[in-house]
Design a protein around this ligand. Sequence first.
Ligand SMILES: [Ca+2]
Ligand SMILES: [Ca+2]
Ligand SMILES: [Ca+2]
Ligand SMILES: [Ca+2]
Length: 408
Amino acid sequence: MDRNDNSPEDGTVLFAMALLTLVISGLAMAYYQVAGTETLLIKQDISILEALHVAEAGIDTSIDSLNQGLPGAIVAPQAFGSGTFLVQDFAGGPGRRVLRSRAVVGDIERRVEAVVEDRPGLMRVDCSGAVSAGLFAYLLGSPGLVLIDGRDHSHTGDLVLGMGRFGISTAGDVYAFGDAKVGGYGNVPIVNPDQSDGVLDYDISYGDLIDNDADGAIDEEMFNGIDDDDDGKIDEDLVGYPSDPDAYLGVPTNTLREAAIRGGTYFSSQLDYELYLTLQGGGLPGGQVIYLDFEHWYPADFGDNLNLLPSIVVHHHEENLGLTEELEGRFKGLLLSDNIWHFTGGFQLVGASHTSGYQVWGATELGDVVEILYSEDVLNRLPEPSLNGNYQVISWREISEAAALVAP
Ligand SMILES: [Ca+2]
Ligand SMILES: [Ca+2]
Ligand SMILES: [Ca+2]
Ligand SMILES: [Ca+2]
């Protein structure tokens, strides 16, 4: 049989081969399409991950800015890696900020929110007495009770733990009338104390350029209730009087003010302060510097709830003219005022009170109790005022676009 003629079988084979070629090329095309899509998807996954890193970089950059005493907000898009970030910065309670970072990488956008808290170091402040005053001290307990106790108390004021310091230490005189009791240096509070009782230290000379104790050194003692030169005498030949609260604590000028501004606890009017106190639930925050920068604080309300951690309250105005009048409530920490004038109402302070000027403590209505209780535990754990912050992240979350647009 002649094999040259084309049989129907040959046609079927050719058709099958052509079909196979088509199928293979079709599969190949589909494969390349899928591979391409996968590459895109992988690229997108990487961008999503990168966007999170860029948003995190925004939070870190913002914290660095806060730690330098600058705002945490970053208002112009800042490049980082393959994207950019923007950060919003909101007040978030005493010493806290809420940072919201928005990152864009390609067409991917992610937003994260971190609550950060300024955690200042702790400092110890040596005070010469429960009450120390640059000018004079005046006590009037009638018919109420004024108790100034320089013995060392627990941080709640409930227990006497040790000798402590003077009850009152002042450059001028001490006047005490009625049921006004003063204790200190291990002595129980008594009515009508005098210098021989060891609870008072008055007529102190600051920086008089005289070697008062004839030890060859002039004005060598710090005004702190401590025998700095170990000669058995306390504050016997003092350096000059500190010019302001910063100088009293030995920190650079404006440090207290800057620390308070950073913590959201700086107030230039009593109205702002009282609004803040109400928002805090009627008590001052612990571990903070609270700075009141206006002349007359009346009535000086500290809130009824004793703060858990010690704080520093500064009431200071130009040329030491601030007047803290009619104090009420409870406070744990160091009170640094220019002048104190209190005649009616109850008040309790655990820690110490220092003024550049006078301190007048009266309890002139029946039932009034004023207590100033010295506490080393409190004075050992005061927040260290600093020009720089020490912000740390205390919570973190990813947020939706809608949440990023409104303040907390
Ligand atoms: Ca001397
Ligand atoms: Ca002297
Ligand atoms: Ca000494
Ligand atoms: Ca001293």
